[in-house]
Structures are given as structure tokens and as C-alpha cells.
Design a protein. Structure first.
Ligand code: IPM
Ligand code: MN
Length: 349
């Protein structure tokens, strides 16, 4: 039995999570394990009603779960930054979820905007550092509001943080990937402190992983190649900001936000699983959001918990539904409702 905290969150988050939980329920009978869920009403609505974002007592409770299943954070009536910093990033930081793992995999039959590329070309994983970099939130204003204003935003890169992220990427590549090729995505030609540390650590650790082919590329070139030659990539490891940016590009080449899932990990501790597409408020309550991203996040959660067969079973069912049924993976264009897509996945399990 596993104890799961569920945070449906804002916008379409609750619909996505509901569908995801239905699939998880269906699969647990088949594979003989049990998920015990507790819901938390964190998000924009609670903030607007009570002023609370993430009370310390809730944060403490969350540490006792095996995993957290998150819908989406972001509310049109709340100023950007408040919920992101106060809830999503706070969870990542306070729970020390130092890896953000984002697979980019095109299922057969799914539309990719890249001409002449198919599932055999688009199948890689991004390992994004998740607790440091520009996201650390340090910096300052000087002379705020004047013509002399200066805004400083610092990128924090510690040897400890960089090393544990790279080590995870090497280990992941060794354990899970056939091609065994790890690409460091940086900007050593301009960010000569931060990525010097990343590159040195990458090369030092690499000596302990002789079977893994090491590569380095600048982030701008990676963006170009992700479109031109996505087949060059197997595992990409990068810092928090670059990881944020390239994984949206990754999501769109794998068919869109409707299928993109991510895991916020601290191996051995409570970790958090989420569709990466955001709350999509304009579709909220309409039953048209694509639940596959949340369903895939659920599969990643099961994989993390050790239920690897159940996770593979969900992934296979999602692949089958993508290939045979859905017109597109975009909200409101699938040819099916959220519930219907969920039922199709359950039929295929
Ligand atoms: C993501 C999101 C978040 C991020 C936002 C909502 C803070 O874009 O998970 O990629 O920038 O990390
Ligand atoms: Mn993002």
C-alpha cells in the first residue's frame, strides 16, 4: 500500500487528476497493490478565500507521504509568481526535489510539427536540475522605480547541487537507456562561471561512467537540434532555467502539452508527479482537457514507487489510445471528452 497526497490545484488540474486517479484505480486491481489517497485543496481558490498558500503544517504532513500527485498551479485572478513561488516552487525546494525528469517521447500515430520525423527519432529524456540556478530566487533591486533602476537576478550553482543532478543523469542513463548517450546542455561560452562548474563536474563524473558517451552542446544549439535532429538526443542534463525552456519545446515535438508529464524527484523520499502543461483556465470545467499528461504522470509515479509493470502497462495503453483513437492531443480537439479519453485508456489496460 502506498500513501499518496493529491493536490488537484487550479483550472483544469482537478479534471486531469480525477482522470489520472481513475486509471490508477483500475491498474491497482490488476497489479495487486493499493493507493491510499488524501486530497489537499491547495491552490488559487484557497488562497483567494483564506490568504493561505502552503501552511507549514501541511508541508510537514506532505513529507510523510510516499508521493504527491499534482494537477496544476496557476489562477487567472492571482498575480503571476505568488502561487508559483509560494506553492509549486516551495514544494520543489522544501521537499528538496532536486531532479525534474521530463521524458520526450513521440507515440506512433501522434502528430509532431517536425516534418519527416517519427517515433524512432523523438525519444529522449531531459534531466532538469530543480532546486537551484535562476530559480533560487536571490537577487535585488536598486533604485527601484527610478530611471537608475537595477534589477539583479542571480543564478546559484553549488558543487553539491550540480554534482547530485549530474550523478542522477549518469545513473539514469546507465540504468534505463539503451543508447547511453548523455548530453550536457549549457552555455559555457557566455555563462563562464556557472557552466564552467557544470562542465568540469560533468567531465570528472564521466570518468566513472566509461560506458556512457558524453556530449556537450550550448542551449541555443540544442534548441535548433531538437527540431532539426531530435534523434541525436538520448538523455539531456541541464540547469533549472534551460531545463524549463527546452522541455516546453520537447513537449511540443512529442505532440503537445496534452501528453507531457514530469517527475519532481528526490530518490528515496517523497516525490511529486505532475502534468507539465499548467492549469489552462480557459478550458476549465468543460471536460475537454486531455488527461493523458496526468495519466502519464501517474505512470511515472508508479514507476518511482516500484510498480514498474503497472507503469509500463499504463504507458502502453496511452500509446495505443494515441495511435488509434485521438485526432490530436490538444484540448478540445481530441474528438473525445476528458472522461472518454480516460475510459479508452482503461479499456486498453
Ligand atoms: C514548469 C513550470 C514552472 C517552472 C512554473 C509554473 C513556475 O513552467 O514546471 O515547467 O517554471 O518550473
Ligand atoms: Mn515550464
Amino acid at each position: 500500500m502506498y500513501n499518496i497526497a493529491v493536490i488537484p490545484g487550479d483550472g483544469t488540474g482537478p479534471e486531469q487528476v480525477q482522470a489520472g486517479l481513475k486509471v490508477l484505480n483500475a491498474v491497482q486491481e490488476k497489479f495487486d497493490f493499493k493507493l491510499e489517497t488524501v486530497k489537499y485543496d491547495l491552490g488559487g481558490d484557497r488562497y483567494l478565500q483564506t490568504g493561505e498558500i502552503l501552511p507549514d503544517s501541511v508541508l510537514e504532513e506532505l513529507k510523510n507521504f510516499d508521493a504527491i500527485y499534482l494537477g496544476a498551479i496557476g489562477h487567472p485572478e492571482v498575480k503571476p509568481g505568488i502561487l508559483e513561488r509560494g506553492l509549486l516552487l516551495k514544494l520543489r525546494f522544501e521537499l528538496d526535489l532536486f531532479i525534474n525528469l521530463r521524458p520526450v517521447k513521440l507515440f506512433p500515430g501522434v502528430y509532431t510539427p517536425i516534418k519527416d520525423k517519427g517515433p524512432e527519432d523523438i525519444d529522449f529524456v531531459v534531466v532538469r536540475e530543480n532546486t537551484e540556478g535562476l530559480y533560487a530566487g536571490t537577487g535585488r533591486f536598486m533604485h527601484k522605480g527610478t530611471n537608475d533602476e537595477v534589477a539583479i537576478q542571480e543564478s546559484i550553482n553549488t558543487r553539491f547541487g550540480v554534482e547530485r543532478c549530474l550523478r542522477y543523469a549518469f545513473d539514469y542513463c546507465r540504468a534505463k537507456r539503451k543508447q547511453k548517450k548523455l548530453t550536457l546542455c549549457g552555455k559555457t561560452n557566455v555563462l563562464t562561471y556557472a557552466f564552467d562548474l557544470w562542465e568540469r563536474t560533468f567531465n570528472e563524473l564521466g570518468l566513472f561512467y566509461p560506458e556512457i558517451e558524453r556530449n556537450y552542446a550550448h542551449v541555443d544549439a540544442i534548441c535548433m537540434w531538437m527540431v532539426k535532429n531530435p534523434e541525436w538526443f538520448d538523455v539531456i542534463v541541464t540547469d533549472n532555467m534551460f531545463g524549463d525552456i527546452i522541455t516546453d519545446l520537447g513537449a511540443i515535438i512529442q505532440g503537445g502539452m496534452g501528453i507531457a508529464a514530469g517527475a519532481n524527484l528526490h530518490p528515496g523520499q517523497v516525490s511529486m508527479f505532475e502534468p507539465i502543461g499548467g492549469s489552462a483556465p480557459k478550458y476549465a470545467g468543460k471536460g475537454v482537457i486531455n488527461p493523458l499528461a496526468a495519466i502519464c504522470a501517474g505512470a511515472m509515479m508508479l514507476d518511482y514507487l516500484g510498480q514498474t509493470d503497472a507503469a509500463a502497462c499504463i504507458e502502453k495503453a496511452v500509446g495505443a489510445v494515441c495511435s488509434s483513437k485521438l485526432k490530436t492531443l490538444n484540448a478540445a480537439e481530441m474528438g473525445y471528452s476528458t472522461d472518454q479519453v480516460c475510459e479508452l485508456v482503461i479499456e486498453h489496460l
